[in-house]
Design a protein around this ligand. Structure first.
Ligand code: SF4
Length: 290
């Protein structure tokens, strides 16, 4: 079945389905329209088939990535904190340093080595001992993760996250999140100080395959240029727009391929339009593109 056939349509309200009429002399209060729903409806009306066009164009170029768990969710959370404002490969060096400085022996949690989505991929190994990381003096942890860049804020963020998980659960495992719905799990993680929607979405998408769409700077740039998300959307709004635009089983592919496209063709400076499979419908190149 093609993406076009599977995509749900936004249906207009049925006639007579608007509820009871207000009594004479009373004014019905107008509900403020939901800006996310309004955007999705508008895109569907004015640029039909755009999401499908983008997904299929990117899949032709980059393929259909499939989900495989590479890391347990606590490791994914810490690695994602380490990638904030740093190159993925540097974050991976910092994570390997964490394993060496705070070793544990839990073969059941063995990380699956392999290519990363952005970095080189982590080498073979087991997660660090999170209790040792939690108990480590801050200055020591800063030195250990220094290869990842911006170590002061990240060391604080890692310790705060581990402490919050331990206080809530009595251990450092986040496996219980896999039993929740995607949004319940995202809410649980974002309640931790310093864990935002993007970080939580990365953890849940990659560790459990939950249908969430992390929006990083590459995803945001390509989506804004093509016109998939509103020009003034905040980062958090962009996450919600994608959840409304995409089917659950499209989110991993959309995330991975939009990042790939932002890295290889749709650069922040000098995007290679001539190589781009999306050029016919890109509003950055043609403000009147269909
Ligand atoms: S046409 Fe250019 S700006 Fe538009 S998505 Fe492609 S590379 Fe980016």
């Amino acid at each position: 079945m093609t993406l076009i056939a599977r995509r749900r349509r936004v249906r207009p309200a049925a006639a007579g389905a608007a509820g009871p009429k207000p009594r004479a002399g009373t004014k019905r209060r107008r509900r403020k329209p939901d800006p996310i729903k309004a955007w999705v409806k508008r895109l569907d009306r004015t640029r039909p088939g755009l999401v499908t066009f983008v997904l299929e164009g990117l899949a032709d170029r980059y393929g259909h990535p499939s989900w495989d768990r590479r890391l347990d969710p606590t490791s994914e959370l810490v690695l994602t904190i380490l990638t904030q404002n740093s190159a993925d490969v540097n974050a991976e060096h910092a994570f390997v340093a964490l394993r060496a400085a705070y070793p544990s022996d839990r073969p059941s949690e063995h990380h699956i080595p392999g290519p990363g989505w952005g970095g080189a991929g982590l080498p073979d190994g087991v997660p660090p001992d999170w209790a040792l990381v939690d108990a480590a003096p801050l200055e020591e942890l800063v030195e250990v993760i220094r290869p990842g860049g911006l170590p002061n804020g990240k060391a604080k963020g890692i310790k705060a996250a581990l402490r919050a998980i331990h206080e809530a659960r009595g251990d450092y495992s986040l496996e219980f999140l896999g039993e929740m719905t995607a949004l319940e799990a995202r809410n649980w993680l974002t309640a931790i100080n310093g864990v935002g929607v993007k970080t939580a979405s990365v953890v849940l998408l990659f560790s459990f395959g939950l249908p969430l769409m992390p929006v990083d700077r590459h995803v945001e740039r390509v989506a804004l240029r093509v016109g998939l998300i509103p020009p003034k959307a905040t980062a958090d709004e962009a996450h919600e727009v994608f959840l409304a635009l995409l089917e659950p089983d499209e989110m991993l592919e959309a995330h991975v391929n939009l990042i790939q496209h932002g890295r290889s063709i749709c650069h922040a400076r000098n995007p290679a339009h001539e190589l781009c499979p999306l050029i016919d419908r890109c509003r950055f190149v043609n403000p009147k593109a269909p």
